[in-house]
Design a protein around this ligand. Structure first.
Ligand SMILES: *[C@@H]1O[C@H](CO)[C@@H](O)[C@H](O)[C@H]1NC(C)=O
Ligand SMILES: *[C@@H]1O[C@H](CO)[C@@H](O)[C@H](O)[C@H]1NC(C)=O
Ligand SMILES: *[C@@H]1O[C@H](CO)[C@@H](O)[C@H](O)[C@H]1NC(C)=O
Length: 294
């Protein structure tokens, strides 16, 4: 019986751990205890990669893509405290109101696009404001919804990433580029160190360029991201999570759009099955232990 209690204890522990892990994941978008920040990470996304990620995430997901197929769109202006992520979700008297964006709605609709089409109208802008804008608004230049979003448009005009990359012959296609080709292209143009982010294609495991970030100080002037960032730096001295060995893909279009969703369903199903088999084997082991010890 002593063994049996131990087994039950372990079972309880497994269940507790399991729900603990799940809860942790759900609550990852929480306010930070600090609200002060040192600089702004201005993040632009490559819509094709964002769309591939979104379509692979869940069956039936659809995308909005810009009319201009070469355009990098705005993701957000993220105030950042030296050496940390965030602050996020700061206390602010200003709650998101889409009407505040009326004067710039056309520009936002073409440059600050919600790629994830099957989500609520305005949800992307609302999220960016709640998570980052509320923290940015301590700066007088960004102290309203309109000012915050307008600044994104200004920088999108000023730092046209497709032009910047094209000048260094980094153009969308199927060949891929080394990470330093991309990094050097941005650095040459902005005279500052950027952050380059990738995602990994769930199906092909290719490294795909997803975001390029340029950093700004509180005078809204461009500064090196690496004077602030401490993580993600690798032996090349580049702030990136992209593959350093494989080519970084910069697709011009969604490759084989349809087959992606099918493959994802298969792999999701397989993962589910694997989990099921895992729990089944624990269950069998426990049953055996209980049988053995009583
Ligand atoms: C902006 O885009 C949304 C979603 O695509 C659309 O519903 C809305 O009518 C557009 N607004 C303008 C002014 O074009
Ligand atoms: C921002 O950077 C510019 C250029 O390096 C500098 O002149 C300015 O003083 C900086 N502003 C702040 C608030 O650090
Ligand atoms: C941020 O951290 C770096 C490295 O620790 C330091 O050199 C820099 O002065 C810091 N900047 C600010 C604005 O605190």
């Amino acid at each position: 019986m002593v063994y049996c209690k131990n087994v039950l204890f372990i079972l309880g522990l497994i269940l507790a751990l399991d729900s603990y892990c799940t809860t942790q994941e759900i609550n990852k978008d929480e306010p930070t205890p600090y609200h002060d920040w040192d600089y702004i990470v201005y993040s632009q996304r490559w819509p094709i990669t964002a769309c591939i990620d979104w379509q692979e995430e869940k069956e039936g997901n659809t995308c909005n893509l810009p009319d201009d197929k070469t355009m990098w769109t705005i993701h957000g202006l993220w105030p950042t405290k030296n050496g940390t992520k965030g602050p996020l979700f700061c206390p602010s008297a200003i709650h998101f109101d889409p009407n505040a964006l009326e004067p710039i709605i056309n520009e936002l609709n073409s440059s600050w696009i919600n790629i994830e089409a099957n989500t609520k109208p305005n949800s992307f802008w609302k999220h960016e404001w709640a998570k980052h804008g509320t923290c940015a608004s301590t700066l007088p230049q960004l102290d309203s919804i309109l000012n915050y979003f307008q600044q994104g448009l200004v920088w999108n005009e000023q730092y046209k990433l497709s032009d910047i990359l094209t000048q260094s012959k980094v153009i969308p296609g199927t060949e891929g580029y080394t990470i330093d080709q991309i990094y050097n292209a941005v650095k040459l143009s902005t005279q500052s160190t950027p952050i380059i982010q990738c995602t990994v294609d769930r199906k092909t495991k290719e490294s795909m360029i997803s975001e390029i970030q340029i950093c700004f100080n509180k005078s809204l002037e461009v500064v090196d991201c690496d004077q602030f960032q401490t993580d993600n730096e690798n032996k090349l001295g580049i702030l990136t999570d992209c593959s350093l060995k494989k080519p970084v893909m910069y697709f011009a279009e969604i490759p084989n759009g349809v087959s992606y969703e099918m493959d994802y369903v298969d792999s999701a199903f397989k993962q589910h099955l694997d989990e099921h088999i895992y729990y089944l084997s624990i269950y069998r082991l426990l049953r055996f232990l209980i049988w053995y010890t009583t």
